[in-house]
Design a protein around this ligand. Structure first.
Ligand code: ADP
Length: 633
């Protein structure tokens, strides 16, 4: 298998063209007309043409030697050929007829006529000879005494038998070779037979999307494909991250037989992700970034970047921002700021586990533990230790401030320092894991919902009756009622954990991706309870979102990458805050909450006004857009 390339093998997609029929197939179908199980299967497909003859004639293409396929494939790559939409789309195979010459080309008469003659000849002379045989038995004539006509009949029988055996037999043997080689090779797909009348070289699909840079690179690609060079070591061996990614990508395309065309390679600084953001890169995914705003929050205006592929989301959030702006803005208050990590340690007895719990929770020991913990970073500052026991196992939840970093690395280092220190007084403590899930990171957990993790923020706004009517196209009463029945009662009935909102996760995820946060942390960061109440004698709407676990940072991780950094810059929270460490990350958390407030306001209004489906049809699944797309394909 080394250094070979395979492609998709899907026998259900087998579809022949008339030019590909073996003689056997033609005899079988043209003369006997008994459809095979394959043809029946294909005939049932709705997309297959209702042409009985075409359906009867379905057969797999004759195989091509893998080397020829590979050469065609290589040629197409270097020549830059076959990159038209039809041939370069993932999963599309070049279904052109094979140019391989066929035995039937040598026949003087059309194939169906030759087959018909030989079939007729065979059966008629067989009938004649049997008839004669019966007469001879009845008249006691010796069988070896033959007339001239009987001799001619015997010769004709043998000749036609050889003809038929030749084609049936050869094709039978060929079918094994075909199965062994051809099924790994290429197939034609249904519905495309008529579209390709001109023979052209078949190419292996998918195509590699890159031309080889040099012979040296080609050798390295081969080594990676064969396994003599490990893919993960390319960066360190080559000292060139872009080149490493390019070689890895080509090796990947060859080993999988799948094209990465469409996944960009150039345009990313691969050095910036090395050892920090992504291992073994082969490209990057493009996600559009939209802008919602201005979001008027605590007296300042923010243009909020949102990376999403969900139509309607940015437009909806933007509408919410507009309503908030027109009503005088929103206010966000940061309630808490502390990242957590909770190791699990085990003792021989529950009594010993309890002794450590008492020790850790005793205020007298806190200062000592803080000094130990804080040694790990200029910014990590221990705030709290909370313990939970399960038998003789102890879960210790450390909370610390982390400056402008999201803080997982920072808190983990501090925890390790403390655990090392505790081994002196508790040598029987067995550290099972630095994370015991009481933290709780990237999993829905009540502890985060109740205690908070990262930044806890509450954000509120009063939307005037007029704005509710004009911008949001609904009523205060309608919104309050919907919020009570959907976000509160409905979520309670669903047994929700922190999901008392309409779509906080939509906004959180989009802002997280745009600003280089860890998207997996949207699980707890999206915990949110949305409250709505009629105020000012029932005329205006008070709306709030309370989000206890927004986990964000402006340094570390993906925040330092160029595009994510640009989005942070747009919000004015790029990097570390020099004057007041932590203020950038806290402001980012407030912006997230403010954006969620806008998103909640708009979506709830759309639902209350019965506009949800309509707006999604407009921005998400527009008929016009589909028509435009269809015309360009
Ligand atoms: P995380 O803990 O979120 O994984 P990192 O450890 O990747 O974050 O990044 C934090 C690093 O950034 C630390 O080395 C820290 O010393 C440095 N740093 C510089 N300025 C700040 C700041 N204002 N707040 C937090 N960390 C900072």
């Amino acid at each position: 298998m080394c250094c070979t390339t395979t492609i998709e093998n899907d026998s259900t997609n087998v579809q022949p063209t008339p030019a590909h029929f073996s003689l056997n197939a033609c005899i079988f179908y043209s003369c006997i007309k008994q459809p095979s199980p394959t043809s029946e299967t294909n005939a049932r497909r709705p997309s297959s043409p209702p042409n009985a003859k075409t359906m009867d004639l379905r057969r797999r293409l004759p195989p091509k030697p893998p080397s020829a396929t590979f050469l065609n494939h290589q040629k197409a790559v270097t020549d830059g050929e076959d990159r038209s939409p039809s041939s370069t789309k993932a999963g599309v195979i070049d279904r052109s007829p094979s140019p391989v010459p066929k035995a039937s080309d040598a026949l003087p008469l059309p194939l169906y006529l030759t087959n018909g003659i030989f079939f007729t000849l065979f059966f008629s002379v067989a009938y004649y000879l049997l008839h004669r045989w019966r007469d001879k038995i009845r008249s006691s004539t010796p069988l070896h005494v033959v007339t001239l006509s009987e001799l001619a009949a015997i010769v004709s029988l043998i000749a036609s038998f050889i003809y038929l055996l030749g084609f049936f037999g050869i094709d039978f043997v060929q079918s094994f070779i075909t199965t062994a080689r051809g099924e790994e090779d290429s197939f034609v797909l249904e519905g495309e037979v008529e579209h390709h009348s001109e023979p052209k070289p078949r190419i292996m699909d998918p195509l590699p999307s890159l031309a080889l840079a040099s012979e040296e690179d080609e050798e390295i690609v081969k080594s990676v494909v064969c396994g003599s060079v490990s893919s993960y070591s390319l960066e360190s061996q080559l000292g060139d991250c872009l080149r490493a990614a390019s070689i890895r990508r080509q090796a990947l395309e060859r080993t999988t037989g799948r094209s990465l065309l469409g996944l960009p390679l150039e345009g990313l600084d691969y050095d910036s992700i090395l050892g920090q953001c992504c291992e073994m890169p082969v490209g990057y995914v493009q996600i559009p970034v939209g802008i919602a705003g201005p979001l008027l929050l605590n007296g300042c205006e923010y243009m909020v970047p949102m990376a999403t592929t969900e139509g309607c989301l940015v437009a909806s959030t933007n509408r919410g921002c507009k309503a908030i702006f027109a009503s005088g803005g929103a206010t966000a208050i940061l309630l808490k700021d502390g990242m957590t990590r909770a190791p699990v340690v085990r003792f021989a007895t529950a009594e010993r586990a309890s002794q450590l719990k008492f020790f850790l929770e005793d205020a007298i020991n806190f200062d000592t533990l803080s000094v130990i913990f804080n040694k790990s970073s200029r910014f990590g500052r221990l705030q709290n230790i909370q313990c939970a026991i399960a038998g003789k196992n102890l879960y210790i939840r450390f909370t610390c401030s982390t400056g402008d970093a999201m803080g997982m690395n920072m808190v983990s280092k501090g925890v390790q320092n403390v655990l090392d220190f505790l081994q002196n007084d508790f040598p029987d403590m067995d550290v099972i894991g630095i994370s015991g899930n009481f933290c709780s990171d990237k999993k829905p957990a009540a502890v985060n919902w109740i205690e908070g993790r990262g930044k806890s923020v509450v954000c509120e706004a009063v939307i005037s009756e007029e704005i509710v009517k004009k911008v949001l196209k609904t009523t205060v009463h309608g919104l309050v009622e919907l919020n009570m029945l959907k976000n509160l009662t409905g979520s309670a009935i669903a047994g929700s954990l922190g999901g008392f909102n309409a779509h906080a996760a939509n906004i959180v995820s989009a802002v997280f991706i745009a600003t280089g946060q860890d998207p997996a942390q949207n699980i707890e960061s999206s915990h949110c309870i949305t409250m709505m109440e009629a105020v000012n004698n029932g005329k205006d709407l008070h709306i709030s979102v309370t989000m206890p676990s927004i986990e964000v940072g402006t340094v570390g991780g993906g925040t330092q990458l160029a595009s994510q950094s640009a989005c942070l810059n747009l919000l004015g929270v790029k990097g570390a805050s020099i004057g007041s460490p932590g203020s950038n990350a806290r402001l980012l958390a407030s912006v997230v909450a403010g954006s969620v407030l806008a998103g909640e306001l708009s979506l709830m209004s759309a639902i209350a006004a019965g506009q949800l489906v309509k707006s999604h049809m407009k921005y998400n699944r527009s008929n016009r857009d589909m028509a435009a797309i269809a015309s360009t394909v």
